[in-house]
Design a protein. Structure first.
Length: 367
């Protein structure tokens, strides 16, 4: 009888153990699934950030904030080589520590990690100790993980995680962090072209306008506040003739005067650039083509009523001096731009139209 009871109890214990193991396995599977969903959501947040009309610096900072919030990381810092030095691109650490954080590639403790691409984990044992790379601080960080970053096997910087408790990262999932590191690299690669465009924007010395590259960076932030906008391009059709028949300096003055007329009538919400040579582009943010057409009719009339005195020209007689003036003519073409589509494609079509028309044409047309 006692043996039977013991066997029943053993069977119950075994059944409970198997049940607990099953529950534990289901919890692990749920946690793994939940982590995958979290990672996918974060990846989606990354992609959404990349597609925003924002500067490279704003995008990288937003990505760093996503990492801090979603993974509950105390401190996160992204450092990238800018061609001359290592620069903190994003960090929630007090800026007074940035000089030290941007020089970790010279720390011997991280040299092997940089050479092998293997993350380096460092931690203190006691509250009164400091991490090897710390110089003037004790209380802020007590452990850190260093992830070197590479693009096409070229070392470009690092991602540094820091915790405020000793051994805080002992059980952290490094596989997940490796995925995040790869995503950071992908994002840095993606925004590299945008950074190039932003860095080559120039101010034109005659029109005092930004160059065409401005449209694809800062300008686009303004334009994409609206679902649709009208893109207008005009060409001073007789600029080359003025340069040749009167003088180059007179042609430069024509650019200045025409720009002054156009700019004085534009809202701050409209983006106006010197596109190339005699061609200028205006994006009328949130305005339809019909309204722009009427506006450009007025602008065209004002521009073509200008009479600009010659500059740096010697006249044979006083009559010649009185008769010769520069009278600019413009040819205008416009099209609709939809937020999220290729702005450069719209501009290219407008440019091709202006380049293909007769040089004497000066009208207002739509594509």
């Amino acid at each position: 009888m006692i043996i039977a009871v013991i066997l029943i109890l053993v069977a119950i214990v075994i059944a409970l153990m198997l049940y607990n193991m099953s529950i534990h396995k289901k919890i692990d599977n749920f946690n793994n699934l939940n982590q995958r969903v979290t990672n996918l959501n974060i990846l989606q947040d990354f992609m959404d950030t990349i597609s925003k009309a924002a500067t490279v610096e704003e995008k990288i900072n937003q990505i760093n904030n996503i990492l801090i919030e979603r993974y509950q990381i105390k401190y996160s810092t992204i450092v990238v080589y800018d061609g001359t030095k290592y620069v903190v691109k994003a960090s929630n650490v007090d800026p007074k520590h940035w000089d030290a954080l941007s020089d970790l590639q010279s720390e011997p403790i991280f040299s092997e990690s940089i050479q092998t691409s293997i993350p380096k984990y460092v931690t203190v044992e006691g509250e009164n100790e400091r991490l090897p790379y710390q110089r003037m601080e004790f209380a802020r960080a007590k452990c850190a993980m260093f992830f070197p970053l590479y693009i096409d096997n070229v070392y470009i910087g690092y991602w540094l995680l820091e915790g405020n408790r000793p051994h805080e990262f002992d059980s952290i999932d490094t596989t997940m962090l490796e995925v995040i590191r790869n995503n950071i690299v992908s994002i840095l690669r993606t925004v590299e072209n945008q950074k190039i465009i932003e860095s080559i924007v120039r101010d034109d010395q005659f029109s005092y306008l930004k160059s065409a590259e401005y449209l694809y960076g800062e300008g686009r932030k303004i334009i994409d506040h609206y679902t649709t906008s009208t893109v207008c391009m005009y060409r001073i059709t007789n600029l080359e003739e003025i340069n040749e028949d009167i003088s180059r300096k007179t042609g430069n003055l024509v650019i200045t005067k025409v720009t002054e007329v156009v700019k004085s009538n534009l809202s701050n919400e409209y983006v106006f650039v010197r596109y190339m040579g005699p061609k200028f582009a205006i994006v009328f943010s949130g305005v339809d083509k019909q309204a722009v057409s009427g506006f450009m009719e007025q602008i065209k009339e004002q521009v073509e009523n200008l009479e600009i005195e010659p500059v740096d020209v010697e006249f044979e007689t006083e009559e010649d001096e009185e008769e010769i003036v520069a009278k600019p003519k413009i040819n205008v073409i416009m099209s609709t731009y939809y937020k999220g589509t290729a702005l450069e494609g719209v501009l290219k079509k407008l440019e091709e139209y202006l380049d293909s028309t007769d040089k004497n044409e000066n009208e207002i047309n739509e594509l």
